[in-house]
Design a protein around this ligand. Structure first.
Ligand code: GDP
Length: 293
């Protein structure tokens, strides 16, 4: 991850350094930041995050006289990233703990559900999966396949059935059998689809999830960030999983999504296997972007 952006940041820190040898005025900073800005935008960092980085660096660097080495610029940049990025942890503190997954089709939602279920199972928690995406062809079979592999019960109805009713049954099943966690898959037509949002709101009303996770595809950059914003506005989200971080060489969505939604990133999907779900650690991301010191 971040191969492109990391290289650009390094180049730009060098460029910025050559400009800030003397006491830096605001105008000089604006000029010096321009290539920086372009690189960030080219790497899918959202406009409002670029502005935030700019303001953060400006505050740190304008008017400064001494110690303006690349290390100083780098540490300013690290400080800004530290303020922008938000990590979070899923605390299973109730039984059954109900998790609702939302997101557009094809982003890796079903895979993310299976990966999280695998992780929870490894922690000794039992799970039941709710096939509440009754819309997309083969979605129920896909979830059933994961359920079989993971040794977990999948609660399902027919295609076209009410996703909320499926979720209700899954929660009842969990209560009856002492299952720790209910993971609810949902349909993911375009986020602009009003029916979908109505349906999601209904599932949310019925299932009363303890936590709602937005799943987005890191590769899609600003699209993923906009989807997260929209789902948060329409149904409310508590945390985020970004998938396909293993093949995302830019990383803009990973950097932007929390700042835009004010919700933490919980995990990054880093491959197609169940084990390929890594907790999102701010420190690690900053190190990947800016290097160790
Ligand atoms: P859904 O339509 O959102 O449920 O998407 P799926 O879970 O079916 O995933 C769509 C495709 O993305 C599948 O081929 C997955 O194997 C792949 N995929 C999901 N997560 C990741 C990931 O973290 N990295 C990579 N490289 N591929 C992923």
């Amino acid at each position: 991850m971040f191969e492109f952006l990391k290289k650009k940041l390094k180049e730009n820190i060098k460029k910025l350094k050559s400009k800030v040898e003397r006491k830096l005025t605001e105008k000089e900073f604006e000029e010096a930041f321009f290539p920086f800005e372009i690189s960030l935008l080219e790497n899918n960092v959202s406009q409002e995050v670029v502005e935030r980085i700019k303001e953060g660096l400006k505050k740190e660097l304008v008017g400064e006289k001494k110690g303006r080495t690349s290390r100083r610029i780098k540490s300013s940049l690290k400080k800004v990233f530290d303020e922008i990025l938000m990590e979070g942890e899923l605390k299973i503190d109730k039984k059954p703990f109900v998790i609702l997954f939302v997101g557009v089709n094809g982003v890796g939602k079903t895979t993310a559900i299976a990966k999280l279920a695998y992780l929870l199972k490894k922690k000794g928690l039992s799970c039941v999966l709710s096939a509440s995406d009754t819309f997309r062809a083969a979605s129920i079979e896909q979830l059933e396949k994961h359920g079989e592999k993971l040794g977990m019960r999948v609660i399902k109805h027919q295609y076209g059935a009410d996703g909320a009713a499926v979720a209700y049954d899954a929660i009842e099943y969990a209560k009856k059998h002492g299952i720790d966690v209910v993971l609810i898959d949902t349909a993911g037509r375009m986020h602009s689809n009003k029916n979908l949002m109505d349906e999601l709101r209904k599932i949310k009303r019925v299932a009363k999830p303890d936590y709602t996770i937005f799943v987005g595809d890191a590769l899609t950059g600003n699209d993923a960030v906009e989807q997260a914003r929209r789902f948060n506005e329409e149904v409310g989200i508590d945390g985020i999983i970004l998938t396909k971080a293993d093949v995302d060489r830019k990383g803009g969505a990973v950097i932007s999504v929390s700042y835009v939604t004010k919700k933490p990133v919980l995990y990054l999907g880093v491959g197609q296997d169940y084990k390929d779900l890594k907790p999102f650690r701010k420190e690690k991301i900053i190190e990947m972007l800016c290097g160790k010191d």
